[in-house]
Design a protein around this ligand. Structure first.
Ligand SMILES: *[C@@H]1O[C@H](CO)[C@@H](O)[C@H](O)[C@H]1NC(C)=O
Ligand SMILES: *[C@@H]1O[C@H](CO)[C@@H](O)[C@H](O)[C@H]1NC(C)=O
Ligand SMILES: *[C@@H]1O[C@H](CO)[C@@H](O)[C@H](O)[C@H]1NC(C)=O
Ligand SMILES: *[C@@H]1O[C@H](CO)[C@@H](O)[C@H](O)[C@H]1NC(C)=O
Ligand SMILES: *[C@@H]1O[C@H](CO)[C@@H](O)[C@H](O)[C@H]1NC(C)=O
Ligand SMILES: *[C@@H]1O[C@H](CO)[C@@H](O)[C@H](O)[C@H]1NC(C)=O
Length: 531
């Protein structure tokens, strides 16, 4: 008998050691624009939002799949982190916090959800809401090596956000600054020492008629200090104004905090931020304009040495929304170029109840309506291209080079062998490229360069790199068309054929035309130090 007991003890010990190892390396801090771990190595946040702030104040999906299944799915889809939302009143209203999951559903008439959660996640159904959040959801993510960012989404449980919902800015009907500080402090306190909780986002999408820069500077540092005092291990993440689309007012140094190396700014970016511009205008021109605007409103922070977390991006996963599709092509290029930290909206395949509709399907969801499968594997495949870092402190010893990224597919130009056709493939297999002052795109450290052979023909690698067909200019407003001249004729643009082979074609959709899709011809030269 004794050996069995010892064996069991050893197993338990091993499991403990494994768990400790899997979560060591936290807390995180910032270094210049990067988020890094204790050994100073970059940790790129590739997160997915998981809603726990709607009417029921329970993490969505627990009536569909076991918690552990969902946590494991998040990890296996390549996300290393969850942006887990919470309503402020869950921490400041004791009768809400102590309401059980069962009672919360009951109050909303969601009897179906009660039965389903009881069957699928029985350990949760009779827990108080705060315990379900803390001791089940966050814990399960930790056990599966998934980091968590606690996102205070609004005050009252419910769908978010509009200008007039009373949750938008300090002093709004449901947004009392003192109560907010109290709630943040409590939240920071209960997660003190929980290693997978790496950040707190202080308030989602500041907005509404009361919003203004002076009050932002007066209240946000107070929230930040309160969180830091209660839990010095978490990154402190601050939203901008206008639904978190505008951080242009932030000047380095103007934000006075008692601590260093913990501040991150966040910004949201959707297609509808620009109304219907992506559909009603030429996609090249819109991408050029919007990218410039994003740099002015938020991207400039990276150059100031402040980390920027693009904490909401997302599209209708059915692929039928042209506005969304064009925006995503443009965003993917921006995200790769700046190697951003980001969070996809959303994991949720459906909601217990959203705006009065029971069981509402979420077309932006990574998972399908019953949370069993990935809703759109093509989109997930694309997103996976930006899950791993291209660069950053401690990434690898490889010398800096470029990869030629194709945002439409999330792939990069690969040269398998000198004789095979150039084609798209995983960026992790890319050669290192170099882009010279003469606009020559060569394989780094060789005399070989990319050459155009003519319209409709495959692009080749050759070593006569001084001719005009070896010079690639970045043209059009998006700067993502790579154009070359062949014997002084009109230019051709790099493109991919239906088999993902790299060809050159007539440059398309350069301006004006709003019906034309340029993205097969969009390429972005991305800095990388990946091996
Ligand atoms: C920091 O991250 C690197 C790269 O992911 C990892 O190898 C290292 O173990 C981490 N450091 C600590 C202290 O966990
Ligand atoms: C606190 O929560 C309870 C239960 O949801 C609710 O009935 C009550 O109105 C809340 N109180 C406040 C002040 O929001
Ligand atoms: C997935 O998205 C792509 C566009 O990105 C679309 O063409 C395809 O139809 C979508 N698939 C499903 C199953 O919705
Ligand atoms: C889950 O939903 C998908 C479609 O979204 C459907 O094909 C599948 O049969 C459903 N599975 C269950 C167990 O209901
Ligand atoms: C360019 O012109 C030269 C001389 O007319 C010809 O030999 C060559 O094939 C042409 N190159 C291409 C790529 O068309
Ligand atoms: C291309 O044009 C340049 C000047 O614009 C000229 O020097 C060169 O000879 C031309 N090459 C061909 C092949 O026509």
């Amino acid at each position: 008998m004794i050996p069995v007991v010892i064996l069991r003890a050893v197993t338990v010990l091993l499991l403990c050691v494994t768990f400790l190892q899997s979560v060591k390396g936290f807390p995180l801090h910032t270094s210049d624009r990067w988020i890094v771990n204790e050994s100073g190595k970059r940790v790129k946040l590739a997160c997915v939002s998981w809603a726990s702030h709607l009417d029921a104040a329970v993490a969505e999906g627990l009536s569909q799949q076991p918690l552990d299944f969902i946590s494991k799915r998040i990890k296996s889809m390549g996300f290393n982190c969850v942006r887990l939302t919470w309503p402020l009143f869950l921490l400041t209203n004791d009768s809400l916090a102590s309401l059980t999951v069962r009672n919360s559903f009951q109050n909303l008439g969601l009897l179906q959800s009660i039965h389903a959660v009881q069957a699928i996640n029985p350990s949760i159904i009779d827990l108080p809401l705060i315990k379900a959040y803390q001791q089940e959801v966050v814990k399960s993510l930790g056990e599966n090596d998934v980091m968590v960012i606690l996102d205070n989404h609004l005050s009252q449980p419910g769908w978010c956000c509009s200008n007039m919902d009373g949750n938008g800015f300090f002093g709004d009907e449901y947004f009392d600054p003192d109560l907010w500080i109290k709630g943040l402090t409590k939240m920071a306190t209960i997660f003190k020492g929980v290693p997978n909780v790496v950040g707190m986002s202080l308030r989602n999408e500041l907005r509404g008629p009361k919003q203004n820069v002076n009050q932002w500077y007066s209240y946000m540092p107070k929230g930040a200090e309160a969180v830091h005092a209660a839990n010095p291990d978490v990154l402190v993440i601050l939203s901008g104004l206008n639904f978190d689309t505008d951080l242009s007012f932030i000047k380095k140094g103007a934000l006075k905090l008692s601590f260093n190396g913990k501040l991150v700014l966040e910004v949201h970016w959707y297609s509808f931020t620009e109304g219907q511009a992506w559909t009603s205008q030429n996609a090249n021109q819109v991408c050029g304009q919007v990218t410039e605007k994003k740099v002015r409103r938020a991207g400039f922070l990276l150059d100031q040495g402040l980390p920027l977390f693009v904490s909401e991006i997302g599209v209708d996963m059915r692929g039928s929304n042209v506005n969304d599709n064009r925006y995503l092509n443009c965003f993917m290029a921006f995200a790769a170029q700046h190697d951003l930290d980001w969070a996809w909206w959303t994991l949720d395949g459906s909601y217990y109840i959203k705006q009065g509709v029971v069981g509402m399907n979420e077309y932006f969801g990574i998972l399908n309506s019953n949370w069993s499968e990935v809703r759109n594997t093509t989109v997930l495949q694309r997103i996976s291209a930006i899950q791993l870092p291209f660069q950053g402190p401690g990434l690898s010893e490889a010398t800096p080079h470029k990869v030629v990224f194709h945002p439409l597919t999330g792939l990069c130009i690969l040269r398998k062998s000198p004789v095979e056709a150039l084609r798209l493939g995983p960026c992790s297999n890319s050669d290192g490229w170099e882009y010279t002052d003469q606009n020559i795109l060569s394989i780094k450290g060789t005399n070989f360069c990319l050459q155009a052979e003519g319209e409709g023909k495959q692009a080749k690698i050759g070593n006569l790199c001084s001719a005009s067909n070896s010079r690639w200019e970045m043209i059009s407003d998006s700067k993502m068309h790579l154009s070359s001249q062949i014997n002084n004729s009109s230019g051709v643009c790099l493109d991919v054929d239906t088999n993902n082979i790299i060809v050159t074609n007539t440059c398309k959709c350069l301006s004006k035309d709003n019906t034309c899709e340029p993205a097969s011809q969009w390429f972005k030269l991305v800095d990388s130090t990946r091996n």
